[in-house]
Structures are given as structure tokens and as C-alpha cells.
Design a binder for this molecule. Sequence first.
Ligand code: NAP
Ligand code: MG
Length: 476
Amino acid sequence: MFEYAPAPESRAIVNFQKSYGHFIGGKFTKPANTFQTISPATEEVLAEISEGSAKDVDQAVKAARSAYEKTWSKISGSERGKYLYRIARIIQERSRELAVAETLNNGKPIKETRDVDLPLVASWFFYYAGWADKLDYAGLGPNPKAHGVAAQIIPWNFPLMMLAWKIAPALAAGNTVVLKPAETTSLTALLFAEICQQAELPEGVVNIVTGHGATGAALVGHPDVNKVAFTGSTDVGRLIAKQVAGTNKKVTLELGGKAANIVFDDAPLDQAIEGIINGIFFNQGHVCCAGSRLLVQESIQDELLKKLKKRMETLRLGDPLDKNTDIGAINSKAQLDKISKLVKQGQKEGGEVWAPNCPIPKNGFWYAPTIITGVSPTNTVAREEIFGPVLSVMTFRTPAEAVAKANNTPFGLSAGIWTEKGSRILKLADQLNAGVIWANTFNQFDPTSPFGGFKESGYGREGGRHGLLAYLKAGN
Ligand code: NAP
Ligand code: MG
């Protein structure tokens, strides 16, 4: 067996400042009430960022309101589009730097930030730049209007990609925004603020306030916010829904998931194995639409598990900056503890836990790719989102049983189907209660395609024309 030689991406391309303030009205404020942000792979401190107070949030909303009234709602759609194209091109130019920065602060492998996250981030801006002067065709009749100031709150699993999913359609539709990134992964949002300066985006159109949950709550609760867009956990989504109830604020919630990845006995098995691996181990399983419940047809279970384990033994866990790394670091100690606790619970409830023998680095937060077999639908690991590299395996005998088991969850974000029969794909896709369904593939994203869930996975869509509608109302 040949070993892989280390192939680290240089981090010299990234220059973080020692400390960051907020980005309000086109300028960075003086850092205040700072806390450290680290690399989860080494626990090295990367920079200090500021804890946003209610006063900071108020200033950011005021800046956004003023920009909305004075510039952004006054210029034409094609002018707005020009700025978005400019931002998209700068993202492409600085894509390697942004990929390294994201990998440093998040812990995800460079091959993912470089080949998946950053290309998607740029494509989101390009796509919505194209919509900016075509809003009459969005489906709301002529002259649709922006809501005004949008409050946007995003999670840590795809920091820059979630920022793009939020900011690009909001700006194209003519809104101005105040965005709060997740507390552990704010650095690429702050680099994005620099990009807004570089693109000479009118000041106040994009504002970024960093901080913890309380900062997010202050933003959602601000009386001058017209639209709230949240991506994160179902628990916080519930809090936000309560907070805005009875106000005029428009809300979209993109929440958790527990997707079924269903493999039939006629599926091309090697291809399905790659899809299962991608479905649950991509981004350490920190993916809302991860294929975290494998439903395999009973007759092929043994063969599939044998192949799956063999493939898992080849996964390389370690330095996320190494181009050969498949599995990077878990984003935080808190998330690592949550994963460990849920897997122990799964074991206690009768599941059989298996992981390949892979060396775990000394510093940082890591979790080996893991499968749990012998899981039944009532077990905790079949019901709760683990949000880590852990796959719960269940079996089924008939298509009807597969559908019943797949739909037996409070969530409804995504699902996967692996079979050679096209008719079966169409029939099942109709019966599965999930917003996104992939067939003989998994985790495919495209800016033209709407994404979002049912039930406790939230409401509203991001991406495509549907994603634009969340930021528009009918004109008069
Ligand atoms: P989270 O704890 O809900 O946090 C999401 C964001 O909300 C963070 O910026 C967080 O700040 C902030 N926040 C926390 N409490 C708040 C409050 N009371 N009011 C307003 N904002 C508040 O979720 P997470 O742990 O970062 O992300 C993981 C979850 O996101 C998973 O459940 C995953 O499925 C979901 N997710 C869904 C999608 C989708 O499109 N459906 C995509 C990605 C992730 P802090 O960072 O300071 O906590
Ligand atoms: Mg949190």
C-alpha cells in the first residue's frame, strides 16, 4: 500500500486581522467586547471578533434602512445587477483565499471549500445578478417591490454559502440586509464585508453584525426589520417564529433534517456506496440535508454493509488544509459532545456502532466516520438530527415500507432514492414527504433550483425563482 504524502494548501494567502469590529454603513466599527474565534482543527486562535449589542444591531438596521431609502430602492434593477456581478467576479478572483479562510475557521476539508462551497457561492451571486432587472417575471406581476430591511441569520456549517444564499437574492430583489453569521465561523463573512467595499457597493446595503444567539435575537426583534430569513436548528427556528408572531415581518425558516437515503436491491451498488458516503460524510455530516438514515432493502443489506465498511476504511481524516483529506474537523467542542452523546444513546438503545480504525489528531475536535446498524425507527439515532459523520442504518422489504419509514420523521427536508427503475423513482418521489429528492445521486446543489423543507424542516424556499419570492411582494 502506498501512503499519501502530505499535500497541504498554503495558508499564506489569507490575512486575518487581529481583531474585527462589525461592518456597519460600509465601514468596520472599532472592535469591542471581543471573543476569540479558532481553528477547530488545531484550536489555534485565528482572530478576535466583536459581540454585537442591541445598540450595534440598532445602528446596523438604521444603516440598512437609510441605504434602502436613499440608494438601493432608487437605482434600477440593472444597476443592482452590476454590483452583484461585480461581487461575484471578486469572489471568483479571491476564491482560493476564501476557501482557505473557510477551511481554517470551519474545519471542513479544502477540497470541499475549493471545489464545492466557493464555486457555489460565486454561482449564487451570478445567478441572482441576472434576476435583478427581470423581477417582473418573478411571478408576482409587474413591478414587484422589495420588503425593505432583511435580517438574516446563518449557521456554521456552510458559512459563506449560507451567506450567499441569503444576501444574493435579497439584494437582487432590492432589499438591504443585516446579517449575523454563526459565532464560531464569522471570518469569511467579515472577508465578504471587505469584498463589498472592494466592489464599491453603496454603504449600508450590506451590514454584518457578529455575536452569539442574543445578537441574533436582538436583530430578529428589531422593530424596523421587515423580513427575517433564518437558517439553523429547529429549536431556534421555533423561538424566532414565536418572536415575530403578531408582527408584520415576513419569515422564512430553513431548519434541520433527518433524510432517508433509500437503496433498492436493483441499485447500481458501487455507485450507491459513493452516494451514501457523500450523503453522510460530506462536510463531516454537518449538512441539514445529509442522508443520515440509510434505508437498505433487506436482501442486499449484508453485501452493501460489507462494501460500505470497506470504502469507509479508505476515508482519510485529518488536516483539513491537506488536499487529500476527506473528513475534516468537527466545528466545535459543543458539537463534538453532542455527537458523542447521541451515539452513546444509540448504543444504549441497542444499536451496533462501527467505525474504521483511523488515527485521530491530538489537538482539535474530531469524530471518526461511524455507522450504527440494528437501528429501529423509534430509536433516538433514527429520530434526532446528529449533525455529524454518523449514519443510522435500517432495512425495509417493500417500497411501501420504505416510504412509510422514510416519512416517519418530524422533518421533511430531503431524501435519496437508488434504483435502476425510472418509474419507481417517479412514484416514490411523489410519496416522499421531503422538499428535495435526489435519485441516484445526493447532495447536488444549483442556484436555479429551489431548496427547502416541509414540517419541522421549516418553510420557504431558497434558490431559483422561488428563493427570490421570499424577498418580494406584489407591486401596486
Ligand atoms: P443554531 O444554533 O440554530 O444557530 C443558527 C444561527 O442562529 C446562529 O447564527 C446562531 O448564533 C443564531 N441564534 C442562536 N440563538 C438565536 C436566537 N434565539 N435568536 C436568533 N438567532 C439565534 O444552529 P447551528 O447549530 O448553528 O446550525 C445547525 C443547524 O442548522 C442544524 O439543525 C441544521 O440542520 C440547520 N441547517 C439547516 C439548513 C437548511 O437550509 N435547512 C442549512 C444549514 C443548516 P450562534 O452561532 O451564536 O449560536
Ligand atoms: Mg448555536
